[in-house]
Write a protein that binds this ligand. Structure first.
Ligand code: AMP
Ligand code: GLY
Length: 425
């Protein structure tokens, strides 16, 4: 089997690494990939961007690819799976219809209400004056969201009405998020503990992956600006058997059934971002139509089953027969970022220490890196995700940070407290 992975982040390095390890896979191509996928055994980069669908289809044909796995959300929302299918190429991911779960927040909120799936109460606006009137009638905090894809930046948490009114101007009047902000969703602020619940779905069949938790804030103690994710671990001890059952019954099954009933059967990774309140009630914060980054890295470190086989079973409608085996150990990934992230940051800094890491329990997944004259240099905000397995949270955390301290470039940064919630339990 020959596999193509689309994307260039840490998630895609982990997907390519795991797919290359699958029994029936002879070669994995990554478009465009990074320095990590360039040097991974059995993996080869193709210099094609993730949004160049025509070139990707040609490459998939040229290289006789039998399975394509799409990493990021933008190509999925833009219908890459529909294009591959029309070209007769098997592609693992949702088509444009169900990918609206991530592509449009107002679509998702209306869908959740139609199917009585718990979420914060909300209203959508295109007219700034109606949005302002609504804010005046509501308690704060409020959460204001640009409807469309905004690279993780389209959500503003307003602690007072002044901030909420300013966010209306930013999104609807000044159109800071362009077309993604033509529509504004305003919803109630939910308190609790946030978890990531990621599944593989194929129509109404669904297999949950191991649970995980991300760290979105840049600074220790969950302070500072929001990021794509500064580190993650699996499993999430907060999700006990009872909560797991409730999430499947109250959120995941109604979602895949509802999509199928509405003529949009889902295929691919389905990621529910959930807020769990103090009574243990799950509510949907967001849906993503893809695997999480950095959740993919610790989750796949623990996966003992064949990932290509799992994707193939989903494509064949045989997910019900697939059992996923997990390493019982804990996996924890620390994201190393460039100086300034999530704001402006430099590129092209030489990274040292990567070649000295020799342990079966540690894997350094690359994200924003590239090769330049035989050296690995930084090429993005999130640069690496150092991921470690350990018998306990503590052991995994020590192993990951032990390795982080041996990797260097000017201005490298990371959060020192990845895993704090699990450690506190
Ligand atoms: P989203 O892209 O919708 O997941 O929003 C990004 C982040 O904002 C989430 O991961 C949460 O941390 C936070 N967030 C979103 N919606 C809410 C809400 N209704 N209440 C509290 N926090 C929220
Ligand atoms: N780690 C959050 C995300 O992938 O959206």
């Amino acid at each position: 089997m020959r596999v193509l992975v689309i994307g260039n982040g840490g998630r895609e390095h982990a997907l390519a690494w795991k797919l290359a390890d699958s029994r029936d896979v002879e070669r994995v191509f990554v478009a465009p990939g990074n320095a990590g996928t360039a040097t991974e055994p059995g993996v080869e980069n193709l210099p094609i961007l993730a949004d160049d669908t025509d070139a990707l289809i040609l490459a998939a044909r040229d290289h006789q690819v039998n399975l394509t796995v799409v990493g990021p959300e933008a190509p999925l929302v833009n219908g890459i799976v529909d294009r591959f299918q029309s070209a007769g190429l098997p592609c693992f991911g949702p088509s444009a219809g169900p990918a609206q779960l991530e592509g449009s927040k107002s679509f998702t909120k209306a869908f959740l209400d139609r199917h009585k799936i718990p979420t914060a109460s909300w209203q959508a606006f295109t007219d700034p004056e109606s949005a302002r009137q609504y804010i005046k009638s509501q308690d704060v905090p409020l959460v204001l969201k640009a409807d469309g894809l905004a690279a993780g930046k389209g959500v503003i948490i307003a602690n007072d009405r002044g901030q909420a009114l300013a966010a209306v101007d930013e999104i609807l009047v000044d159109q800071r998020f362009g077309g993604a902000g033509r529509c504004l969703v305003i919803e109630d602020f939910l308190e609790g503990e946030e978890i990531s619940f990621i599944c593989v779905a194929s129509g109404t069949q669904v297999v949950p992956l191991a649970t995980s938790q991300d760290h979105k804030a840049r600074e220790a103690g969950d302070r500072g600006p929001n990021t794509g994710g500064m580190g993650a671990y699996s499993p999430a001890p907060r999700v006990d058997a009872e909560l797991h059952r409730r999430i499947m019954d109250e959120v995941i099954h109604p979602t895949v059934r509802g999509l199928a009933e509405e003529g949009m059967p889902y295929l691919g990774f389905l990621y529910a971002g959930l807020m769990i309140d103090t009574q243990g009630n799950p509510r949907v914060l967001e849906y993503n139509c893809r695997f999480g980054d950095p959740e993919t890295q610790p989750i796949l470190m623990r996966m003992r089953s064949d990932l290509a086989g799992l994707c193939q079973a989903a494509l064949d409608g045989e997910l019900d027969r697939f059992r996923i085996e997990w390493d019982p150990r804990f996996a924890l990934g620390v994201v190393m970022v460039a100086d300034g992230y999530p704001g402006e940051y430099p590129r092209g800094d030489k990274i040292s220490g990567l070649q000295d890491i020799m342990s079966d329990n540690i894997k350094v997944f690359h994200a924003g890196t590239r090769q330049e004259s035989g050296q690995t240099v930084t090429d993005g905000g999130r640069v690496l995700c150092v991921t470690a397995l350990g018998a306990t949270v503590d052991a995994a955390q020590q192993a990951a940070y032990g390795t982080v301290s041996t990797i260097h470039w000017p201005g490298a940064g990371w959060r020192p407290d990845i895993g704090w919630r699990a450690l506190n339990r």
